[in-house]
Design a protein around this ligand. Structure first.
Ligand code: MN
Length: 746
């Protein structure tokens, strides 16, 4: 028989084995359709393209997925790679299948450009959030698994890219969904390409021990089986050695040898009831000495992804420790296939649970993972399917998280205020859209700008959702339209004054105006008008602030008039003027809040910038240098560029004393660190993990290996102050292999 057809029949048989009533006509039709559509395409390994969709469907059948998922698996590359349309697929195989295929296509189109950690987190969230139907993710995971299984035919560059993506995006998602079997295989395949040497080393060591392993496990298994049957516990026992990726994580970062890994060997005992789980545990502990502190009861306290089992580690006869996992068949299904176990075909057509209920289950599962501790997920992915965030792409493939309900205006301002201010149009998924268009997960948003744009209009403030955009628009009106704002503000303010029974002339008298302005917290009337004009202040508020002071002034004037009356009797009328009786107006005290946090020779809010060479943060001793065009440049006192010995005599006057203010607006300071370490596999990952544990914002991080076996990791991060930075440095110091952690030298 034709080998392709043979593979199809194997698939059909597999499907019938768990779903005897399956509509094989439809399955065959999908196979035929995909086969004819892909007929001219070949895979890199030289086989006809259809072998790929067939293999993906086969993995879906291993997960016992429903018919619609299987059809979608067979058709998953049709929209992307052939002339098939969604409509055509819908007409032949139904709307649901077409939706699934389109969902997978969308995921395939995503470009995983330069992914910083923050980006990846967003991306994982988005992948989950954009698919109301979780089966899209399941099919996509199967697609990726097959691609990884056949990765040897790809170029080294592609191998590395896809493996990284799998490790960072898809394996964590499989883990989240509790799909252990998929997760382990994805991780093992990825690490093989990401660290071929490390992988090979473990593989060789495992192979060298293979026969000893097998004997040990088989003997132990036999002994336990005999005892279980003596005690009347019906069970199935399987044995395995740990996955290479899990060994990798124990060996390299923790500097353990293969023999020091406790759970290298594992036995799994599957029993019929929960009671038998505990009975079996008792027997194991009776037969073998348990290792203290290794018993875990995930039956009474399931893992966040739904995993249940009893774990214990015991010492075998040969003195070799081995792990035992004990669970029921039901727990086993969930442990191996996670969410897919809940999705598999149930007799009677659709999912027996009903779609909404099944979906609710997914949502709860994902929500319950939000408090998961750092050990479980160092990257602390937080997924909330109904979150108040929406995730969209820039044309370059970067992911942006915005408040749900955001429009292209929010998107533009989230990139840069200049982009928002120069926006003249917006495209979503390649099509021009009105500004009030609400963005959806996965949209690709492109902003058209022009240098001659007129700038934002006032109603944009009502069309945007984020405070960021609103503030930036307000900021623009404040700066760009001062003259216009003053005119608008003035008329609004005068009207409000009038309603309160005052005129502008009354309050403009030189002896009272400064007092009123101080109450309103502005320096000049124009400033006040401008603020009202751009919306930073309302005229009603301004008048209210002044009213109290006007009353006070009136009272003082009455008292002064009374004093004058009194003086009148002494006949010195001419020498007294009402106005002079007002108390002298003190000059306003200097503002006590400094924007940047730096005070230059006693002056707050000088124009300062932080030198890039040494990137000081609050708490560092600092000095300032008056630059020729751009305010005062702030250096750390120990920066080589400010060394007093190297200062030029003609610049002597430009060095100024600076200090940190206690009251500052700026809360975050960018600075740099350099980690010098002995190079080893996973050094980079460990450094990243410890930064993540320190909960600081990392802007960029990259590493450079030197030929002599050392590596330098450069980190650009944001901290509040020196104290926080020191905490980070201490954390990094504890990463194994790290020799020094120093402040960046520019
Ligand atoms: Mn594919």
């Amino acid at each position: 028989m034709d080998p392709i057809l043979e593979r199809y029949h194997a698939l059909e048989e597999k499907v019938l084995s768990y779903n005897p009533g399956a509509d094989t006509k439809l399955l065959y039709a999908a196979f035929q359709y995909a086969d004819s559509k892909h007929s001219k395409q070949m895979r890199r390994d030289g086989t006809p393209y259809i072998t790929h969709p067939l293999a993906v469907a086969d993995i879906c059948a291993d997960l016992k997925l429903d018919m619609e998922s299987l059809l979608a698996a067979l058709l998953h590359d049709c929209i992307e790679d052939t002339d098939a349309s969604k409509e055509d697929i819908a007409a032949r195989f139904g709307e649901d299948v077409a939706e699934l295929v389109e969902g997978v296509t969308k995921l395939t189109r995503i470009k995983y450009a330069s992914l910083a950690e923050k980006q990846m987190e967003n991306l994982r969230k988005m992948l989950l959030a954009m698919n109301r139907d979780i089966r899209v993710i399941l099919v996509k995971l199967c697609d990726r698994l097959h691609n990884m299984r056949t990765m040897q035919y790809q170029t080294p560059k592609k191998q590395h890219e896809k493996s990284l993506e799998t490790m960072e995006i898809y394996a964590p998602i499989a883990h989240r969904l509790g799909m252990a079997v998929l997760k382990y295989e994805l991780e093992d395949l990825s690490i093989r390409y990401l660290d071929p040497l490390g992988y090979k080393e473990i593989e060789n060591q495992l192979n060298a021990r293979f026969s000893r392993h097998r004997e040990f496990l088989a003997a132990t298994q036999r002994r336990i089986e005999t005892r279980m049957s003596q005690e009347g516990i019906h069970c199935k026992i399987t044995s395995r050695t740990k996955h290479i990726y899990s060994i990798y994580w124990k060996m390299y970062p923790q500097h353990k040898t293969l023999d020091e890994i406790f759970d290298l060997y594992a036995l799994r005992i599957i029993v019929d009831t929960v009671a038998d789980c505990y009975n079996a545990l008792g027997l194991i502990h009776d037969m073998y000495k348990p290792v203290p502190g290794r018993f875990k009861d995930y039956i009474s306290t399931p893992k966040p992804n739904g995993y249940q089992s009893l774990h214990t580690t015991a010492i075998g006869r040969e003195g070799i420790p081995f792990e035992v996992q004990i669970r029921t068949w039901e727990m086993h299904e969930t442990a191996e296939y996670g969410i897919a176990a809940h999705w598999k075909y149930k007799k009677g057509g659709r999912n027996a649970q009903g779609e909404e209920e099944a979906y609710e289950w997914v949502r709860k599962l994902l929500e319950s993972q939000q408090d998961t501790d750092a050990e479980e997920f160092i990257k602390s992915l937080k997924v909330d399917l109904f979150s108040d965030e929406v995730f969209v792409f820039t044309p370059k493939g970067e992911v942006k998280g915005l408040p749900a309900g955001s429009t292209p205006i929010d998107f533009a301002y989230s990139i840069h205020s200049a982009i928002g201010n120069q926006m003249i149009g917006a495209k979503v998924n390649g099509r021009l859209v009105p500004y009030q268009t609400v963005l959806q997960n996965g949209d690709i948003v492109e902003i058209q700008t022009s240098k001659s744009a007129r700038g934002p209009s006032r109603d944009w403030m009502n069309l945007c959702k984020s405070n960021e955009a609103r503030n930036k628009i307000r900021q623009w009106f404040k700066k760009e339209r001062r003259a216009e704002n003053i005119v608008n503000g003035r008329s609004s303010f005068e009207a409000a004054l009038k309603r309160n029974g005052y005129t502008i002339e009354e309050i403009s008298a030189p002896e009272i105006l400064p007092r009123l302005l101080r109450k309103a917290q502005y320096n000049t009337l124009d400033d006040l008008y401008a603020a009202i004009g751009y919306g930073g202040m309302t005229s009603i508020k301004a008048v209210n602030r002044m009213k109290g002071e006007l009353a006070a002034i009136a009272r003082e004037q009455r008292e002064a008039a009374a004093a004058t009356d009194h003086l009148d009797t002494s006949g010195e009328e001419e020498s007294i003027h009402v106005s002079t009786s007002l108390p002298p107006i003190p000059t306003p005290p200097p503002r006590t809040v400094s924007k940047t946090g730096v005070i230059v020779e006693g002056i707050d809010n000088c124009l300062v910038k932080f030198a890039k060479c040494c990137a000081p943060v609050p708490g560092d001793p600092i000095v300032g240098f008056v630059t020729k065009g751009y305010g005062v440049s702030i250096h750390r006192a120990d920066c080589p560029n400010v060394d007093p010995k190297k200062r030029k005599p003609e610049d002597a006057g430009r060095w100024v004393e600076v200090s940190w203010s206690k009251n500052k607006e700026q809360q975050e300071y960018a600075t740099t660190l350099e980690v010098y370490a002995k190079d080893r596999p996973n050094l980079f990952l460990d450094v990243a993990a410890s930064l993540s544990a320190a909960k600081v914002r990392v802007d960029t991080i990259n590493a450079r290996s030197t030929p002599d076996g050392y590596a330098t990791v450069f980190i650009l991060l944001t901290v509040r102050d020196r104290y926080e930075l020191d905490t980070v440095i201490r954390k990094l110091d504890t990463v194994s292999g790290v020799m020094t952690v120093s402040r960046g030298k520019g």
